[in-house]
Design a protein around this ligand. Structure first.
Ligand code: ZN
Length: 159
């Protein structure tokens, strides 16, 4: 992400989630809503593009669960306000706020969190919580994944 207002907002929040590799956080099923349209298609595209060896479990938090950042994000068990968070190499929790606004699944934090999962699965310590690796560099795999989603009509160009 990192493009424009939406991307900056999401990236800033996710920076707070610097412990993307912290111990498993129980998912609060009361906050879970239906995935955005075409989620499976986008997930499978990212699994293939990132070369994931295991398909992550993804939980989408919706309106009742979006309790910080003016209803755009959610509070983790660690007390962080985030758009998305990843635990180990296999589980992400995502805010559905931006996808629910645009109808496009790639307008949220999914590809960002999947890049953490990719970093884990490709052997980078703790899934690169500080975003130092090539996965998160300008023009790196995360940017390429975003472009792929845009090309498939799954994300808004220029966010
Ligand atoms: Zn991150």
């Amino acid at each position: 992400m990192g493009r424009g207002t939406l991307g900056i907002a999401a990236a800033a929040l996710m920076t707070l989630a610097g412990g993307c590799g912290d111990p498993h956080d129980p998912v609060d099923m009361a906050k879970v809503v239906e995935p955005p349209p075409r989620f499976i298609e986008a997930r499978d595209l990212l699994v293939q593009f990132y070369g994931l060896t295991e398909t992550p479990d993804v939980y989408w938090y919706g309106r009742v669960g979006l309790d910080c950042h003016e209803g755009r994000a959610f509070t983790t068990a660690e007390g962080w306000c985030v758009q998305g968070i990843t635990y180990f190499y296999r589980e992400s929790i995502l805010s559905n706020y931006w996808p629910s606004q645009s109808g496009l699944v790639g307008d949220g934090a999914m590809q960002h969190e999947f890049a953490h999962i990719a970093a884990y699965q490709h052997g980078i310590l703790a899934g690169d919580p500080d975003h130092d690796s090539h996965w998160f560099q300008p023009g790196g795999e995360l940017d390429q994944a975003y472009d792929l989603l845009v090309a498939n009509g799954l994300a808004t160009p220029g966010l």
